[in-house]
Ligand binder design. Structure first.
Ligand SMILES: O=C(O)[C@@H](CO)OP(=O)(O)O
Ligand SMILES: [Mn+2]
Ligand SMILES: [Mn+2]
Length: 556
């Protein structure tokens, strides 16, 4: 081991305890009311942890600048949350880096833009991505700036392939976003640029799958975007989205794929040889699969039918280890020296586990957007297959029990020093906007936590229970004074997105040294403070440039 990886011994905390690091996805702290599903649900385990306030339970920030996002209005999300938890430092995240590159114009001087602009003379520029101002995966204002900048730099024919949101923003808001985009494209057409929307579909049904849960999702996108084939054809995207939304139970997240066709019924924008393609999302997880479909010569996940010879770039590079994609407009944050890598270098045997939809959160995101192991001999990552092809309100318990069992077994096996887990229910079911199902989800998550804490109790270990951002604790859109907002029909406006609420963190277990408690001098602590905390609980000091630990040891 290079000496730079060696962590100093903690002066007071012992080594050799099994530490369970539990991340409840989408589990914030908010006022108790009927729209707070965590409050409504039976959650005896999490409730009992709260009784440790303030020595063993506290709140930490999980949104805005605390996790490297551009503004304090930016809600947290899994990528930035798990990056901060794993890296122990705050990095300017994709959203901010893209803002800076667009603002300064540096994006147009980079290798990625030069690479795609070679196609502008003869080919079409295709922009594919999530259309909203949610700021989790992409932002509409960035798309508009890129359209402007590209057209000013020679793009003569532009096609936009939209993915409607309703998950980071209110369901139903897609129509407004499509209108805004259409208006801007009309402006560009006024300036002589042939710019149009070419295809679309809902983000959860078209293109934006993650961690290979369901390749059919990516295939539907490929068929519409590349082949120009979809079950629905419209002349106009605004009318199309309105029409699709009129179907019973339709939602922005799950709109079926459609293409825009001309008067003769021909799709206006399939992707063909000589074109340039940019995926405009800055966030990695839901772009990796489509990036593989565009970039890999050997590809067997679905029949691509026709593989056009294109120049493809991501807004960012989505996977640093796979170097995917090889061309990108903005360099991603360089998240190096993560706590996982340090701990493995210091002999900590690590087990990480979740179900498919969150598996990469405790591996890929945790390790700084890097896939694979640091050390195969010391690490084991276990993925429990998620249900696919359903919305998670149908199965709100998801695989919480299975995750709990796997993690329990890993703890009891004695083979690991750290066991790291993500329990997805609060988030995945919270995103469906189904309040009843989310209550069931929160109860299931609490039961999984109990299984893990019971196992820690048996082996004399330590637990750290926290969350990556809020979601299930607030299921309704509110006005400035906190009152639920009503829509035109007098119904409450359901909030499907994450929140800006702080999240809890609790420590405990029989292995926690007497006198170890939360410090009182870091009131503004955030998720990035957790890595140093966990290192301490393993008996190590954290590197000096990590955000400070949340714990101290007092004489008792
Ligand atoms: O589903 C997702 O992609 C995001 C919301 O856009 O949720 P999370 O950050 O919890 O993964
Ligand atoms: Mn999350
Ligand atoms: Mn989420």
């Amino acid at each position: 081991m290079g000496s730079s990886w060696k962590l100093a011994d903690h002066p007071k905390l012992p080594k050799g305890k099994t530490v369970a690091v539990v991340v409840l996805d989408g589990w914030g702290e908010a006022k108790p009311d009927q729209y707070n599903c965590i409050h409504v649900a039976e959650t005896p385990t999490m409730d009992s942890l709260k009784k440790g306030d303030p020595d063993k339970w506290r709140l930490v920030k999980a949104h805005g600048s605390a996790v490297g996002l551009p503004t304090e209005d930016d809600m947290g999300n899994s990528e930035v949350g798990h990056n901060a938890l794993g890296a122990g430092r705050i990095f300017a995240q994709g959203a901010k880096l893209v803002d800076l590159a667009l603002e300064s114009g540096k994006i147009y001087d980079g290798e990625g833009f030069k690479y795609i602009s070679e196609c502008f003379e003869k080919g079409t520029l295709h922009l594919i991505g999530l259309l909203s101002d949610g700021g989790v995966h992409s932002r509409l204002d960035q798309l508009l700036l890129l359209l402007k900048g590209s057209s000013e730099r020679g793009a003569k024919r532009i096609r936009v392939h939209i993915l409607t949101d309703g998950r980071d923003v209110l369901d139903g808001s897609s129509v407004g976003f499509v209108e805004t985009l259409e208006n801007y494209l009309a402006e560009l057409r006024g300036k002589g640029v042939d710019a149009q929307i070419a295809s679309g579909g809902g983000r959860m049904y078209v293109t934006m799958d993650r961690y290979e849960n369901d390749w059919e999702v990516v295939k539907r996108g490929w068929d519409a975007q590349v082949l120009g084939e979809a079950p629905f054809k419209f002349r106009n995207a605004v009318e199309g989205v309105k029409q699709l939304r009129a179907a019973p139970k339709a939602s922005d997240q799950y709109l079926p794929p459609f293409v825009i066709a001309d008067e003769s019924g021909k799709p206006v924008g399939p992707i063909v040889d000589g074109d340039a393609v940019v995926t405009i999302n800055f966030r990695a997880d839901r772009m990796v699969m489509v990036a593989k479909a565009f970039e890999y010569e050997d590809f067997d996940k679905f029949d691509r039918v026709r593989v056009p010879k294109i120049r493809y770039a991501g807004m960012l590079q989505y996977d640093g280890e796979l170097k995917l994609p090889s061309h990108y407009l903005v360099s991603p944050p360089e998240i190096d020296r993560t706590s996982g890598e340090y701990l493995v270098h210091n002999g900590i045997r690590t087990f990480a586990c979740s179900e498919t939809v969150k598996f990469g959160h405790v591996t890929f995101f945790w390790n700084g957007n890097r896939s694979g192991y640091f050390n195969e001999e010391l690490e084991e990552y276990v993925e429990i297959p998620s249900d696919s092809g359903i919305t998670f309100n149908v199965q709100p318990k998801m695989k919480a029990l299975e995750i709990g069992e796997k993690v329990r077994d890993a703890i009891l096996s004695g083979k690991f020093d750290q066991v790291r887990v993500n329990i997805p229910n609060g988030d995945m079911v919270g995103h469906t906007g189904d309040i009843e199902a989310t209550v069931v989800a929160c109860k299931a998550a609490d039961e999984a936590v109990k299984m893990i804490l019971d196992a820690i109790e048996q082996v004399g270990g330590i637990y750290v229970v926290t969350a990556d951002h809020g979601n299930a604790e607030d299921m309704v859109k509110r006005n400035k004074t906190g009152q639920p907002l009503l829509d035109k029909g007098g119904k409450i406006q359901i909030l499907t997105s994450h929140t800006c609420q702080p999240v809890p963190i609790a420590i405990g277990g029989p292995g926690l040294a007497p006198g170890c408690r939360f410090r009182r001098d870091i009131p503004t602590g955030g998720l990035a403070n957790v890595a140093a905390t966990v290192m301490n609980l393993h008996g190590f000091e954290a590197p000096s440039d990590y955000e400070p630990t949340l714990v101290e040891v007092v004489d008792i």
